[in-house]
Design a protein around this ligand. Structure first.
Ligand code: SF4
Length: 72
């Protein structure tokens, strides 16, 4: 499965980095970034293949603008 971050929509609240620091970090641009992810050239979203959701389920739940997605 895959984690997708719609970086454009991120308001930089930092919640995902608190509940899931293994995968999420705030950047100098004031937005969160998905560590080790690749930018999808079509959508400009950050994407990362994962085997286990781990704390990303919490990150999805705390994001106030629903810009984190787990796709199967
Ligand atoms: S919780 Fe959502 S809006 Fe807040 S920093 Fe993370 S991705 Fe951005």
């Amino acid at each position: 499965m895959k984690i997708v971050h719609e970086t454009e929509k991120c308001i930089g609240c930092g919640a995902c980095t608190v509940v899931c620091p293994k995968y999420w970090k705030m950047g100098d641009d004031g937005k969160a970034h998905l560590l080790n992810s690749k930018i999808n050239p079509d959508t400009k979203n950050e994407e990362l293949e994962i085997k286990e959701t781990e704390c990303n389920r919490e990150a999805v739940n705390v994001c106030p603008v629903q810009c984190i997605h787990i796709q199967k």
